[in-house]
Write a protein that binds this ligand. Structure first.
Ligand SMILES: [Zn+2]
Length: 448
């Protein structure tokens, strides 16, 4: 396999044979209780598309009434759509590291803006690499670039660099490479002849701020939400094209394909625009669709998390992983195959460290969600609220005083989870942001 001059090679970890054998027993787990409908070959390709900042309800298959996603809507009809999927963290870096490790942010430790992921973490790329896969990442968001240790284990890593202007107006200029500008390279990659199966992670950053879509996609209006939606439409056009290409190339018959996002985006539901500050539902809910040959398309309302994706993919592909890998995630392959092992899918957890000044936690059980802010965020100091997200999806009515017993119980469960995550924590490298890295993170709205 030839590797382009701008693609870095990163070391792939190998485990001793005995460790792999023990891990295979763990990865295979208990036998399913019903026949598996999915017809995957040995060593299927695994392809994950992540659209940064894509709200679950900003696409047609998520219920949006604007036609932002005609191509992906058609594809979603052929996959399993999770309507209550949740991010484990309110911004890019911790959410993506949870996807890669199957650990919550309190454990993998890459929580705050300066944090660099610890090398001792075991990532999906390392697991698939050790199983003989060709691993490749295409990244357009600086927050998950090599700078922060987020691409550990990828054999091929393509970072699409967009230099930012350090002037005070930097936030007004486009600070990432748009999906249309990586289209040729991604298509060429997907069409490459290859002898090994692939684990591919393709992270596009539209519709992140600033919302500056090309004029030909500016069809909904010119307000912030209109321009955000235009970037979703642009994403749909190119990403939909990549799905078409997968089918034309015959890759769908041998692949597990995932479409998801790292978090949503706020449009003044709680007083601000953007993300990285709160963990209300407009941030918490993410789109998640899974395709595999032979699966039964449909919609599911299990509360699955990005943290659950790593053990799910390991189980689906039947690759060996070291014991303890992705230990905090729950494989939802059983939900896709209909072979339930009785896991509890009625709850989800997420948190957000806010510039070392505060931390927000949320725990949802059924439709009740407790949210607590320890510290001060936007004037919400040591704030606790209980919402019913089924009756009140935009969390406008705080029920904590009406349901004090539920607020107390859910709060205790939430804090227990956080303490459990911290007890297992892997310390990140805490490296102050300076120079160009600081400019990049500032331009993305992640630091003041
Ligand atoms: Zn993001």
């Amino acid at each position: 396999m030839s590797v382009g001059p701008d693609i870095a090679r990163i070391g792939v970890r190998r485990w001793p044979v005995a460790v792999l054998a023990a891990a295979m027993a763990v990865a295979c787990g208990a036998p399913p209780s019903a026949p598996i409908q999915v017809q995957l070959p040995p060593q299927p390709n695994v392809i994950v598309f992540l659209v940064d900042t894509l709200r679950a309800d900003a696409v047609g298959f998520g219920g949006y009434d604007r036609e932002t996603s005609p191509r992906l809507d058609r594809w979603a009809e052929r996959g399993v759509v999770f309507d209550q999927a949740t991010t484990p963290a309110g911004w890019t870096k911790p959410a993506v590291m949870s996807l890669f490790t199957g650990l919550y942010a309190g454990t993998h430790g890459a929580e705050d803006k300066e944090h660099v992921a610890a090398g001792e973490l075991v990532t999906l790329a390392e697991v698939f690499g050790a199983a003989g896969y060709e691993t490749a990442a295409f990244i357009t968001n600086f927050a998950v670039s090599e700078k922060f240790g987020c691409v550990q284990g990828f054999e091929r890593y393509r970072w699409f660099d967009k230099k930012v202007d350090a002037s005070p107006d930097a936030s007004k200029m486009l600070n990432y490479v748009q999906i249309r500008d990586i289209d040729d390279e991604v298509r060429a990659y997907l069409e490459e002849p290859r002898e090994r199966p692939i684990f591919a992670y393709i992270h596009t950053t539209d519709p992140h701020i600033p919302y500056l879509p090309p004029l030909d996609f500016l069809v909904f209006g010119t307000e912030a939400r209109d321009r955000y939606d235009a970037e979703v439409l642009m994403t749909d056009t190119f990403l939909g094209g990549w799905f078409d290409l997968l089918e034309e190339a015959g890759l769908l018959e041998s692949s597990i394909v995932v479409l998801t996002a790292d978090h949503g985006e706020e449009f003044y539901e709680h007083g601000r625009n953007g993300h990285g500050v709160t963990i209300f539902q407009e941030i918490a809910r993410i789109p998640l669709v899974v395709w595999a040959p032979g699966l039964t398309p449909g919609r599911r309302d299990e509360q699955v998390s990005l943290t659950d994706l790593a053990p799910t993919l390991v189980e689906a592909a039947q690759v060996a992983a070291p014991p303890g890998f992705a230990s905090q995630g729950r494989s939802f392959w059983e939900v896709i195959t209909g072979a339930s092992r009785g896991a509890d899918w009625s709850w989800s957890y997420l948190d957000l460290v806010f510039r070392t000044k505060a931390i927000a936690f949320a725990y949802r059980e059924g439709s009740e969600k407790i949210l607590h802010i320890d510290g001060d965020v936007d004037g919400r100091r040591d704030f606790t609220a209980l919402y019913d997200v089924a009756a009140d999806p935009f969390e406008q009515v705080n029920l904590a005083k009406k349901r004090p017993d539920r607020a107390k119980l859910l709060s205790e469960k939430m804090m227990e989870l956080r303490q459990m995550h911290r007890a297992a924590s892997v310390s990140p490298i805490d490296e102050p942001l300076t120079g160009e890295a600081l400019d990049q993170m500032r331009s993305l709205g992640y630091v003041d």
